[in-house]
Design a protein around this ligand. Structure first.
Ligand SMILES: [Zn+2]
Length: 346
C-alpha cells in the first residue's frame, strides 16, 4: 500500500474521501469491504484489514459493501475526469443532463459525485472556467465587450446577469444606503468631461457628471466603496460612452419607483441618433397624460448617457432640460449624429 496502516486507519476513522481509491477496508466480522469514506459504523481496529486493491479483498473472501460501493471508485473518478475534459472543450455551458449522459450516470447522482470530487458543482465549475477565460481574454483584447464574447458568453447582459447572481445589490440594500454592498467606482475623462462611474456586481448603479467619491458616499453611506478604474464593467461603461453612435448592451443596477423604472426602460429602447419627445415616452409607458412626470423621471435617471435621457426632447424640437446641463445634452446628441435643426430654439 502507498499509505501506512496507521495513516489508513486514521483516514478511515475520519471518513476521508481523499483516500477513496487508495485502499479498501475489509471487516473480518462482517466479511465486507468498504471504501475509507463509508458512512457505516467503525469496527474495532483489530477486526479490519487494509488492501490496496478491491481485487485482493475479493480474493481474501470479502464482499463489496452495498452502501459505499467500493468497486465504483475508479469508474467514478474516470467519469469526473471525462466530464472535466468535456467542459474544458465546450464553448457553451454543458447541461447537467448531457454531461451525466455522456459519462453514463444519472444526473442527480453525478451532480453529487462531481461536486464531492471537484469541490464545485458542474455548473459552478463551468462558470469558474469561463471566468478564467475572461481574465485571459481581457488581457489580450482591446475592449471588454470583445473579451466577453471571446470568453464564451452569449453577450454582456448574460455575463453580468451571471456575475450579479452572487453579487448584485438587493432591493433592501438599496433602501438601506447600500449596507453590505461593495460598490466599485472611478472618475474618468469622456467626451463630455469627467464622469463618475459606479458599479455593483449586478450593473452600473451610477454614472454622473462632475461627481466624485463624496457624492457617492452621500448616496450610499453604508456601502463599501472601492476605487477600481480597472473593473471590467467600469471600463465597458466608459467604452460605451466613447462610442455614442453604437448601441450597447450593458446592465444597470438602479432603483426607482415603478413609474421611473418604466420610463428608464423606455429610454433604453431609443436607438442612438434618434430622439423622442416627452409625450412619446408618456404614451409608450401607457400614461399619455403624464408628460411632466416623465420629465421628472428623466431628470432623476441615475445612469446618464447609458440610460439615454438626453435623447428625449420637447415636441417642438427644443432640448428641454438636462441634469448635466444643456451643453452636454447638445454635445451628446451631436456625437450620435442627431441634426439639431432649430438652433434658435436651443
Ligand atoms: Zn461500506
Amino acid at each position: 500500500m502507498k499509505v501506512s496502516e496507521d495513516e489508513a486507519w486514521a483516514a478511515f476513522g475520519r471518513r476521508d474521501r481523499a483516500f477513496d481509491g487508495c485502499f479498501v477496508v475489509a471487516v473480518l466480522t462482517t466479511r465486507i469491504y468498504c471504501r475509507p469514506s463509508c458512512a457505516a459504523r467503525r469496527p474495532l481496529r483489530e477486526n479490519v484489514r487494509f488492501y490496496e486493491r478491491a481485487g485482493e479483498a475479493i480474493t481474501a473472501g470479502f464482499r463489496a459493501c452495498l452502501r459505499c460501493q467500493p468497486d465504483s471508485v475508479a469508474r467514478d473518478e474516470a467519469a469526473v475526469q471525462r466530464a472535466l475534459a468535456l467542459m474544458q472543450e465546450a464553448d457553451e455551458p454543458v447541461r447537467l443532463e448531457s454531461l451525466a449522459e455522456a459519462v453514463g450516470y444519472a444526473p442527480h447522482h453525478f451532480q453529487r459525485l462531481f461536486t464531492r470530487a471537484v469541490g464545485l458543482s458542474p455548473a459552478a465549475y463551468f462558470r469558474s472556467l469561463r471566468a478564467q477565460r475572461l481574465r485571459r481574454a481581457l488581457e489580450e483584447n482591446e475592449t471588454v465587450t470583445e473579451a466577453i464574447y471571446e470568453a464564451g458568453y452569449s453577450g454582456p447582459s448574460r455575463f453580468y446577469e451571471e456575475a450579479g447572481k452572487q453579487l448584485g445589490m438587493t432591493p433592501s440594500a438599496w433602501r438601506d444606503g447600500g449596507r453590505g454592498e461593495t460598490i466599485r467606482w472611478a472618475v474618468a475623462d469622456s467626451i463630455v468631461g469627467p464622469l463618475l462611474v459606479a458599479v455593483t456586481g449586478r450593473g452600473i448603479c451610477r454614472l454622473t457628471f462632475g461627481e466624485g467619491e463624496e457624492a457617492l458616499r452621500r448616496r450610499f453611506p453604508k456601502a463599501t466603496l472601492v476605487h477600481d478604474p480597472d473593473a471590467p464593467l467600469i471600463r465597458a461603461a466608459l467604452e460605451a460612452v466613447a462610442e455614442p453612435a453604437r448601441r450597447h448592451d450593458l446592465p444597470v443596477d438602479v432603483s426607482g419607483s415603478a413609474f421611473q423604472q418604466r420610463v428608464w426602460a423606455e429610454l433604453r429602447k431609443i436607438p442612438p441618433g434618434e430622439t423622442r419627445s416627452y409625450a412619446d415616452i408618456a404614451a409608450a409607458v401607457g400614461q399619455p397624460g403624464a408628460v411632466r412626470a416623465v420629465g421628472t423621471a428623466n431628470g432623476s435617471n441615475p445612469v446618464a448617457v447609458l440610460v439615454p435621457c438626453h435623447r428625449v426632447i420637447r415636441s417642438d424640437g427644443s432640448l428641454g432640460g438636462y441634469a448635466g446641463g444643456l451643453d452636454r445634452k447638445r454635445q451628446l446628441l451631436r456625437a450620435e449624429g442627431v441634426e439639431l435643426e432649430s438652433p434658435t430654439l436651443l
